[in-house]
Design a protein around this ligand. Structure first.
Ligand code: NAP
Length: 485
């Protein structure tokens, strides 16, 4: 683990009830850029996951009874420590996940921003009073923490996907257990080390690392002491976990897959659209749920847009994320790169044309070339599936209504983007897109103050913003009677 200033941030054990917990076996964490094993991490399983849930349950009363100010103070400490250690946390993230170091540091700042934001928002858990149905009654509404929150997070944002959930849960007064993806446990454990240094009490934030996703998932979704389960990952796994949560009727939040349309209308600022497309498509080597997946371009500007996009994408540098000047790191695994290549190859067989890239890169078997394809139709594999790789399929359209119908022709409804200048069109398209988030003349839309989440099979619930706190709160109605004079 070269270049880490504070080696104590590198942890190998699960963090349960405020202590580091070793297990009998270990699993390897590898650097996707080199294939090197960078750490061996304790392989927790069902027993450790149950222990973490018990610890979170035991800590619940103590944490939920603290004032919002006290919790905010501790969360603020955690935020400060994450920012103080941004370089180290970014480096750990690049080593286990692959994204370029500047992007990794950006993710640390993005994750920390949720902790800072929810620390303050936790002070605004307001209730309500409602006029009673008769003179002797009053209706009062209070909000209380849901209880123990369990979560499973993916490898593509090893810090931010945890921070987004834990910040809201802890601010609301809930305690928290996370099982991070087995590919990226180190970022989660470094967060636990900093939570401890921040003074967050034992049992409030627990991390269990292990490669038995299924077994640990069963505990987190079915344990009677877990009140709420929150997941970020694929739609297929999300459906399975929702079903598992049914037996104990848990509150559930799901941040699942996407198939984001990116629409460029004739009246768009084409240079801005190109810049937005590159930012929303090629970040994290195309491995984000809000990545542009299908680029629809109106007939009149398709030549100009395609030429300019190709010039911009051709200038992106692919390689090890720790090397200066790299824009595109490795994909998480060989099978991920092979999966993208399969979608490209099948679409070429169906009539699409590759105008840039289109293959595994010589940098290594995990690297996929930044790619642009034209002559694509909405039903080709590269458009119908979530690509999760650095490929831009370009689809030509003529009419506004036609492109809205094509954009909505997907089971997903997470992020969408369009570039236009006509104000009437902007409202029609924004309202017509069946997506939880719409970037209008903007390719980067996530931030702590905004509600992040999807419609349709992209999930339910929202993360970030005042709406994100509600996912961790119960509404309780107090009916006060007997108030006759
Ligand atoms: P995935 O296969 O669903 O994995 C996500 C997490 O679920 C990992 O921690 C994984 O563990 C775990 N998991 C897998 N099978 C499980 C099971 N049977 N029971 C319990 N846990 C299980 O997703 P992925 O392909 O790694 O991640 C990419 C997906 O996440 C994409 O579809 C992307 O769009 C989505 N995503 C959505 C958002 C959002 O906010 N909407 C954000 C980021 C990513 P292991 O890795 O250890 O197997």
């Amino acid at each position: 683990m070269q270049g880490i200033q504070d080696p104590k941030l590198i942890k190998h054990f699960s963090y349960i009830n405020g202590s580091w917990h070793s297990s009998e076996t270990e699993f390897d964490v590898t650097n996707p850029a080199t294939g090197d094993v960078i750490a061996k991490v304790s392989n927790a399983g069902i027993a450790e996951t149950e222990l973490a849930v018990k610890s979170a349950k035991a800590a619940l009363a103590m944490w939920s009874e603290k004032s919002a100010n006290e919790r905010a103070h501790l969360l603020r400490n955690w935020f400060n420590l994450m920012m103080q250690h941004q370089d180290d946390l970014g480096r750990i993230l690049t080593l286990e996940q692959g994204k370029p170091l500047a992007e990794a540091k950006g993710e640390i700042a993005y994750g920390a921003a949720f902790i800072e934001w929810f620390a303050e928002e936790g002070k605004r858990v307001y209730g309500d009073t409602i006029p009673g149905p008769s003179a002797d009654k009053r209706i009062i509404v209070i909000k209380q923490p849901v209880g123990v929150v369990a979560s499973i997070t993916p490898w593509n944002f090893p810090n931010a996907m945890i921070a987004r959930k834990a910040a809201a849960a802890l601010a609301a007064g809930c305690t928290f257990v996370v099982r991070p993806a087995a590919q990226t446990p180190l970022s989660a454990l470094a967060m636990a080390e900093l939570a401890e240094r921040a003074g967050i009490p034992a049992g409030v934030f627990n991390v269990v690392t292990g490669d038995d996703a299924h077994g640990m998932g069963e505990v987190l979704t079915q344990h009677p002491d877990v009140a709420k389960f929150t997941f970020t990952g694929s739609t297929a796994v999300g459906k399975l976990l929702i079903a598992q949560c049914a037996s104990t009727v848990k509150k559930v939040s799901m941040e699942l897959g996407g198939n984001a349309p990116f629409i460029v209308f004739d009246d768009a600022d084409i240079d801005a659209a190109v810049q937005g497309a590159v930012a929303s498509k090629y970040r994290n080597a195309g491995q984000t749920c809000v990545c542009t997946n299908r680029i629809f371009v109106q007939q009149g500007v398709i030549k100009e847009f395609t030429e300019k996009l190709t010039a911009s994408v051709a200038a992106l540098n692919i390689g090890n994320g720790l090397t200066d000047g790299i824009n595109i790191g490795p994909m998480i695994s060989k099978s991920a790169a092979d999966g993208v290549n399969k979608l490209v190859t099948e679409s070429v067989a169906a009539g699409a044309k590759i105008i840039l890239g289109g293959n595994i890169d010589q940098a290594g078997e995990n690297f996929y070339q930044p790619t642009i394809m034209t002559n694509v139709t909405n039903d080709m594999p590269i458009a119908a599936n979530e690509i999760f790789g650095p490929v831009s399929p370009i689809i030509c359209f003529t009419y506004e209504a036609e492109v809205i119908a094509m954009a909505n022709d997907s089971p997903y409804g997470l992020a969408s983007y369009f570039y236009a200048r006509d104000i009437g069109r902007i409202w029609r398209v924004a309202e017509g897109l069946e997506y939880g988030m719409v970037g209008i003349n903007e390719g980067i839309i996530s931030n702590a103050a905004a509600p992040f989440g999807g419609m349709k099979q992209s999930g339910n619930g929202r993360e970030g913003s005042k709406y994100g706190l509600d996912d961790y709160l119960e509404i309780k109605y107090l009916c006060m009677g007997g108030l006759d004079k």
